[in-house]
Design a protein around this ligand. Sequence first.
Ligand SMILES: Cc1cc2nc3c(=O)[nH]c(=O)nc-3n(C[C@H](O)[C@H](O)[C@H](O)COP(=O)(O)O)c2cc1C
Length: 158
Amino acid sequence: MDFTVDIFSKLDKEWALLAAGSPEDHNAMTVSWGGMGTLWGKPVVTVYVRPNRHTYGYMEREEYFTLSFYPEQYRKALSVMGSKSGRDCDKDAEAGLTAVKAGESIGYKEAEVTLVCRKLYHSDLEADKIPQEIIDYCYGSDPIHRMYIGEVVDIIRR
Ligand SMILES: Cc1cc2nc3c(=O)[nH]c(=O)nc-3n(C[C@H](O)[C@H](O)[C@H](O)COP(=O)(O)O)c2cc1C
């Protein structure tokens, strides 16, 4: 598997979609926090999901998830996926994205690259281990993220 990116800007600047479920029953949301690297000798991605996201329930339920990347022309679609909730509307339709099967999970036809991941680990970030200025800046009354680490089992290119 070959995936060469600028690791510090790929998620932060370009964003990605985190999706879980099947083409018939899934949810996806925009993410810009996460990591890519190696753990237990495996290629892994790490993502951080607040428990109040609709996507969270799918991340909890499913064994696999995908992290997918898009050409710049889909920036508006990613804004929709990152500002509306699948709880309230058909986000795929509003964003103009087409859900497709991606390995054991779901991805989107419009993606340039889709990383198919098998959940290996999860853990809630603990407030007392986070510097106070970050708590003040990122949390307030919002719930703290759950971290998921997934093994990248496949890379699908358009
Ligand atoms: C650029 C961008 C990056 C985001 N990154 C994250 C993230 O890393 N983790 C997270 O929990 N929410 C993140 N969000 C917020 C969710 O995408 C947003 O709340 C979304 O509407 C949740 O949808 P859902 O309720 O259908 O899951 C981000 C939003 C944007 C616009």
